[in-house]
Design a protein around this ligand. Structure first.
Ligand code: C5P
Length: 236
């Protein structure tokens, strides 16, 4: 597999074309941003950890019937993925109130929600990723109703699989963000990443935060938190 020109550079990843027109290489960086790009920094070896953790969890999801963009891990920071057109939505799944939901509804962080909450945000940095509902999504033609129903059912299934899996290593899955893409033949697959950058992971017993909130909130200890996630999930 030959790495060709840079297609896109995001906040945490670069995407390269390859000599296969149906595959891209994702290259994970150590750069960290928060507050829609206002806060910038680096978390040592974050790229390596997020690459490993994402692929580990995507393999678990594939095994349990959720199609993903993963083809294979190429190196510490690089993974070969299927070429997809990203559906421009951040799909957020919440089990426990935290972050923006806690703020919006005036709930103390850590309040267990009686029912899983699904939210959609329109992926647009300039607009600050505004929350949208099914009507907006249809009106903006981000995807079809059938595709959105499938995305929602995958998101809830992913929540069940991951919650169950993480329980065994004493991690509570508080909330997380997913992105989906469409392959050349129109199949909807899970894309992007599933990592401490995109999930809130709390230690089940101590409620210690083992995710990017440590960076977002200037708590310190983010490198150790990411390493702890890698150790609990992959034993590394
Ligand atoms: O900030 P908020 O509480 O809305 O975040 C909900 C979840 O989505 C968190 O797990 C956060 O890590 C993730 N998220 C993300 N990328 C964004 C916004 C939120 O990964 N741009």
């Amino acid at each position: 597999m030959e790495k060709r020109e840079l297609l896109y550079e995001g906040k945490a990843k670069k995407v390269f074309k390859t000599d296969d027109e149906n595959a891209y290489i994702v290259d994970y960086k150590d750069d960290a941003t928060a507050l829609n790009g206002l806060k910038k920094g680096t978390i040592h070896d974050k790229g390596i950890i997020n690459n490993r953790v994402t692929n580990h969890l995507m393999k678990l999801l594939e095994k349990n019937g959720v199609p993903t963009h993963l083809i294979k891990e190429l190196s510490d920071r690089e993974t070969l993925v299927k070429k997809v057109t990203i559906v421009p939505l951040e799909v957020i799944v919440r089990n426990v109130a935290a972050g923006s939901l806690a703020k919006r509804l005036g709930l103390p962080e850590g309040t267990v929600l009686s029912k899983t909450v699904l939210e959609y945000c329109y992926k647009d940095d300039a607009l600050g990723d505004p929350m949208v509902n099914e009507y907006h999504i249809m009106a903006m033609n981000f995807c079809t109703k059938e595709e959105l129903d499938l995305i929602a059912s995958y998101a809830l299934k992913i929540n069940e699989i991951l919650t169950d899996y993480l329980k065994d290593v004493n991690i509570s899955l508080i909330d997380f963000k997913l992105e989906f893409g469409k392959t050349a033949d129109g199949t909807i697959v899970l894309a992007d990443e599933i990592s401490p950058d995109t999930c809130r992971f709390w230690d089940t017993v101590t409620h210690e935060k083992l995710d990017k909130d440590r960076f977002r909130r200037d708590m310190g200890g983010e490198e150790d938190a990411y390493k702890e996630i890698l150790a609990r999930l992959l034993g590394e």
